[in-house]
Design a binder for this molecule. Structure first.
Ligand code: PGA
Length: 236
């Protein structure tokens, strides 16, 4: 069973800006039946906004133990904010939202203040915020109980979106940073690791004491590879 001490293990797919609705549904139909039915494994797929509704429906029809996440949300409540997705409406589709991903911070100028506002909106709407932190210095809003440590240098596509730029952090250093966050904020804070995670290296991260799961970008796009990642986690 995943996590011998019964801690929860998060496996979160971040598709980024990829997949048509047909591709998204194909992924759900392939991955859904292979999700291990163990209580402490929490599997989430974060699709684009345009796929959320169909992905949600397909999961319900298949009765798959798969949660749905957004990759961002509005820092404001509903109103005159053209182009934004307010948490209160997103709640119809998602359980969780990624907030403060480095690609949003660097490409769209997202600041710690905006991250904090987004976390407030998520929490008020009953969406679990997953705040991405890039270093030990990144502040974490107090209402956060789940963060992803993702050093920018480890993200597979790099910020220039050039495949192959990133190199996964080593599990020992990621574990020590996860532990640092738990000591600094709260022992119950869950810390997952992200950055070039795949089926070959996931075991090293998941087996570390302070790491509570993984955020998987590029390797989550291929259903077969994602199934392999889940199988490794189930076997631990
Ligand atoms: P990667 O992306 O797994 O492709 O490195 C992770 C992320 O950016 O969340």
């Amino acid at each position: 069973m995943a996590g011998g001490d019964n801690k929860s293990i998060w496996i979160i797919a971040n598709w980024k800006s990829n997949k048509t609705i047909a591709e998204a549904l194909d992924w759900v139909s392939k991955v859904g039946p292979h999700i291990p039915k163990v209580d402490n494994l929490k599997v989430v797929v974060c699709s684009t906004f345009s796929c959320l509704s169909e992905v949600r429906k397909a999961i319900q029809v298949g009765s798959f133990p798969l949660m749905v996440g957004a990759q961002d949300l509005s820092p404001f409540a509903a109103g005159a904010y053209t182009g934004e997705e307010a948490a209160q409406y997103l709640k119809e589709f998602v359980d969780l939202a990624i907030i403060g991903h480095s690609e949003r911070r660097y490409n769209f100028g997202e600041t710690d203040q905006m991250v904090s506002k987004k976390v407030t909106q998520a929490v008020e709407s009953g969406i679990t915020p997953l705040v991405c932190v890039q270093s030990e210095q990144t502040p974490i809003p107090s209402s956060c109980s789940l963060i992803a440590y993702e050093p920018v240098s480890a993200i597979s596509t790099g910020l220039s979106n050039t495949p192959g730029v990133g190199r996964a952090d080593n599990p020992e250093s990621a574990d020590s940073i996860a532990n640092h966050f738990k000591e600094k904020y709260q022992k119950t804070l869950e810390v997952i690791y992200g950055g070039s995670v795949d089926s070959q290296n996931v075991r090293g991260f998941i087996s570390k004491e302070s790491i509570d799961g993984v955020l998987v970008g590029n390797a989550s796009l291929d259903p077969e590879e994602f199934i392999k990642i889940m199988n490794v986690c189930e076997g631990l």
